[in-house]
Structure formats: C-alpha cells, structure tokens
Design a protein around this ligand. Structure first.
Ligand code: ATP
Length: 312
C-alpha cells in the first residue's frame, strides 16, 4: 500500500497514475482498437444503474461511411444475465462491445442501459459502471498488489482493509494460491524487471482487478490463444465467479466456456445469424452446431500449451 510523504512522493504518485492511465488505454486496445473522440452532450447526466439491463435496438454501424459492419442488431441482456457472442472472425463481435463502451456511436438505432440512451450520459459514468477483462493484459512493472489494486480503490481506506479485499479478489480470480507461493507474495514485482507471468496468470490478475472494481456490467474478451485444460478450467471458474450477479457480455472463442450462458448470439457479417441457448442452438443444427462439432474434433487433437511455454 502506498504511503505518501511530502511533495516528492506526491509527484511520484501522479507520475504513476499517469503511467497507469496510459497503460489502461493500452490494455483496451485489443478489443477497443483506435477509439475516436466522442464528446459528452452539454446536458449529459451520469448513468444511473438500477439493475444493469443492456439493450441494443436496431443498431447499425460502419467504421467508414460506406461500410456496414453492424446491420440492425437487436438484443436484450436482462440484469445479471450472461450473453455470449460467437462467430467467425471479422463478424462484428468486438464492434458490439466497443459500441457499448461508446468508443463509437451507432449510425442508426440506440443502445440503452437501464433505459438510458448511452449517448445522453457522461462517458466517465458509463465507463465507471462497465468493467473490462481484455484478451491480452499488459501488467505494470510493479508489484502484484499494485496490479490488482487499480485506480478505483479509495485511498482513504485503511491499508489492512484494502489488503484483505485484494486477497479476496485474488481468491475469487483463482490466482491467490499461485501468488502465495512466491517468496514475496503480493509484494512480488512483475514485468521486465521482475517475475514473468504466463498469459493465463496475467488474465487472472486482470480478473481480480475487475472483481475489486465491482462493476455491474462486465465485458469479457476471451483469449484466443490455446491454454492447457487445467488453466482453461481455472480461468473459466474465475470468470464464472466474476460474472455472478452481473450483466456480462462475453466474446467467446472456446465454446466450452459458454455452455452455461443465458443466451448466445452467433454474429456473422454484422448480423445476428442465430440466437438461443446452447441446447437450442445445437438442436437447430445450424452454424453454432457446426462450430461445436468442429471444436470437439479439434479438442481431440492435442494442442501445445502456449500458457506454460510463455513462462520462461
Ligand atoms: P475477431 O473474432 O477476429 O476479433 P470480430 O467478430 O470481433 O472479429 P470486429 O473486430 O468487430 O470482428 O470487426 C468487424 C468488421 O469491422 C471487420 O470487417 C473488421 O475488419 C472491421 N473493423 C474493425 N475495426 C475497424 C476499424 N478500426 N476500422 C475499420 N474497420 C474495422
């Protein structure tokens, strides 16, 4: 926990927070590429969360005027429910999450959170209520504790209380056990000058950070890289505990992680091609069912784990 004495340390602190904001932007770049400037309306009000319902109403969008990367997409995620987005590369999954985070505005239709058009609320309030677990997490060249704590922790909190909450978040993200095995525990430095963590471990640190932030709405971008079965299961468990009680929109690459989603959207060429639960979509025997069969086949062929090979 940081303790500040005098102006020099304060300078250090603001430098760190500057560095942190910079890296936060960097971290979002995988789902949230090339954001353009969106301005708050002069009369923008803070978003008021009553349950965390997300609604897309005939949303169309193109990155360029001549493109239509989303074509009249409509769906509703009730408070606390889990929506999975699947489908071929370039279909528009990330675009849906970027629009919800309001990096762009739809060219037609509207996006509502708890009944409020997100174009009418302040961006700071919108982003405060939405947590993101990106695909590839860049960690700070700092301690594990610092990496989990993030900037949203109230600095007036008693040190011990914060420590307890960091550990609780790490436990929920299934990274506590690993951290406790390090000689310096949560004070272990990560990054270039410290410990190297695997992709799966880094993602769990990001999950712990999100648990600590405690947002009612979660956007998850599952890593595309192949993980070993054990790591995959651990991440899956930690994602499940993170999304419990929260509205979650998740881009899934491994279908095994979304069997329990309340609803699955198959996004293809900017449109919802199929929609339903895992069972319903298997029954329908369409695109999703074919993807499922394909994945089962691939799972039978052993893949080399990138999770452990990243470690050295
Ligand atoms: P993947 O699974 O590969 O991440 P995706 O379903 O998330 O794909 P999107 O990233 O949403 O797909 O992309 C949808 C379409 O929009 C693609 O044709 C893509 O090339 C295009 N696109 C994405 N970002 C931009 C951008 N910043 N500028 C122009 N076109 C873009």
């Amino acid at each position: 926990i940081l303790q500040l004495y005098g102006p020099l340390d304060q300078f250090g602190a603001s430098y760190r927070s500057l560095q942190k904001n910079f890296i936060d932007m960097e971290r979002m770049l995988d789902v949230f590429k090339e954001p353009v400037e969106i301005q708050d309306k002069p009369d923008a009000k803070p978003l008021v969360i009553t349950g965390g319902e997300v609604v897309f109403e005939n949303v169309s969008f193109g990155y360029k005027p001549q493109d239509s990367n989303l074509k009249s997409v409509s769906f509703k995620v009730p408070p606390g429910k889990k929506l999975a987005l699947v489908g071929p590369s370039g279909g528009g999954k990330s675009t849906i999450l970027r629009l919800l985070f309001r990096f762009y505005d739809p060219t037609q239709g509207r996006i509502l959170i708890d009944g409020q058009d997100i174009r009418n609320v302040t961006q700071s309030s919108l982003r405060k209520w939405i947590g993101i677990v990106p695909q590839d997490t860049t960690l700070f060249n700092e301690t594990i504790e610092y990496n989990i704590e993030g900037e949203d922790v109230d600095s007036d909190d008693e040190g011990l209380e914060v420590e307890g909450r960091i550990q609780a978040a790490a436990e929920a993200a299934q990274i506590h056990e690993i951290v406790s095995r390090f000689q310096n525990g949560y004070a272990t430095r990560v990054g270039e000058r410290g410990l190297r963590l695997s992709g799966g471990e880094k993602q769990r640190i990001a999950i712990a950070r999100t648990i600590l932030k405690n947002p009612p709405i979660l956007l998850l971008d599952e890593a595309t890289s192949a993980l070993d079965t054990q790591t995959e299961r651990e991440i899956q468990n930690s994602i499940e505990s993170t999304s419990k009680g929260r509205t979650a929109l998740m881009i899934a690459h491994r279908l095994s992680t979304i069997v329990d989603a309340d609803e699955i959207l198959v996004i293809q060429r900017g449109e919802i091609a199929e929609q339903g639960s895992h069972e319903e979509l298997l029954q329908a025997g369409g695109i999703y069912a074919a993807m499922w069969v394909q994945q089962l086949r691939e799972d039978r062929t052993p893949v080399e784990s990138s999770d452990s090979s990243e470690k050295e």
